[in-house]
Write a protein that binds this ligand. Sequence first.
Ligand code: FAD
Ligand code: NAD
Length: 479
Amino acid sequence: DRHPEPQVAPDPSKKTLVILGTGWGSVSLLKKLDTENYNVIVISPRNYFLFTPLLPSCTTGLIEHRSIMEPIRTILRSKKASVKYYEAEASAIDPDRKVVRVFDNSDVRGAVVETEVPYDMLVIGVGAENATFGIPGVRENSCFLKEINDAQLIRKRIMDCVETAAFKDQSPEEVDRLLHMVVVGGGPTGVEFAGELQDFFEEDIKKLIPEISDRFRVTLIEALPNVLPSFSKQLIEYTESTFKEEKIDIRTKTMVKRVTDKAVEAEITGPDGKKEKLVFPYGLLVWATGNAVRPVVQDLMARIPAQKDSRRGLAVNEYLVVQGARDIWAVGDCAVAGYAPTAQVAGQEGNFLARLFNNMAKTEALEENIRELSGSLNLKPGNAAEISRQIEDQERQLRRIKDVKPFHYSHQGSLAYIGSEKAVADVSWFNGNFATGGSLTFLFWRSAYLSMCFSTRNRLLVINDWMKSKLFGRDVSRE
Ligand code: FAD
Ligand code: NAD
């Protein structure tokens, strides 16, 4: 369905729609948007869409990172009308002058590195950054798990720790430290990563480097009384008992207070309410304690008085319009619409905006038609009956289209991989909910994520990676 001759010059009769970001929210919008109605400009520092649900699998090489990336240029090429893409970061948004300040933050820079892009309509889908709560040492010493380069860094570090532990004359204490993998945050990111890591160890590292095999340990630290707080009680218990079998050490009610280059310092609250200090020496530390607001979003919030009480992102109304702003919409993790920051929510919000914008364009076209037809009524009195019939028809269509219902999120369920080919699922089914965990759920998890992959190309690459790892093991070479 490629368009042979995309139109390149912006059409002055159309509004300019600027979309920030190439993640779940923005790309879902782009996929369904009729780009012929607007001059569309996409701005994002990442020139690809990333299928985040399989990112934890990239940290161990079970899945190769390029299998879950889809270039934005390929996505845009299939649109009917041409869409401009700028690889840049939005550094500030001026809602009064209706311009976005953009900055080329890539390694290769031309003579122009910073400029302004004017908009008539703006969609903000910049996602969120990693929360560290200002805890000392976290930024300098942790790996995060949000982007492709994070997963690549973790993959490299795991093998670096393993090879350094296997180095000649390494002391037993140092081997224990290097092979201690600490994960902070027991949300789905931390849990899935811990599961993948233990699999990697059991299925590959243990066989390849048996001399250190009894020293490898994974510890998951969580401040709350249990992991996966958003899942049902039954699945939390299932996850915790599976982790016990997998020998992953879960430390709940344990709050990290400080991080150094070799140890995590935490505070645990005992059953009697007494606090105790704990130190976890580590080789690899992965920090997964959720989301924080990006600076560009914080800056915009500070410019809009109606956003002064917003903390977790841009407060939006039921049509995803940023409260207190004109012609600005927000989707996904940077928007606060009353839902969890998930791909599922971001995707549905993007789809909703596409429908809204397609409808707005159709509305404008119908209104224009009605105006023209009404004007011709006096000029062609002989055709009055036919013209009136056409006007009525157009007005009927207009009423139907104008009646856009507010955004409503439909929760399809939550899924998480917990290691040793087991997964947990809280699924909505025929207006009911059911919770399930185990190996069958794992097959369901795999098929669900496979069907959600962006393209057939991605799907084939992911299947190929799964088969390759099953047959030959993961590739442990450290790039
Ligand atoms: P993102 O997908 O993060 O996209 C943000 C985009 O904005 C990116 O392209 C980024 O480069 C760009 N950007 C950043 N800064 C700027 C700027 N200044 N200017 C312009 N562009 C900018 N959710 C689920 O529902 N199911 C799952 O299984 C699941 N698994 C996950 C696994 C992991 C490891 C992680 C980290 C998250 C997972 N999530 C999952 C959550 C999900 O990925 C997010 O909720 C989702 O990505 C949010 O979509 P978004 O479009 O708001 O942001
Ligand atoms: P999260 O916010 O879901 O969990 C972070 C956890 O870190 C919390 O349980 C919190 O109590 C804990 N924490 C915070 N500070 C701490 C400290 N100092 N010491 C110890 N623990 C601390 O974060 P996430 O797992 O990155 O997920 C972010 C979003 O992405 C969520 O909405 C999640 O649902 C979604 N997601 C979904 C999936 C999935 O569906 N499979 C996978 C990954 C992420």
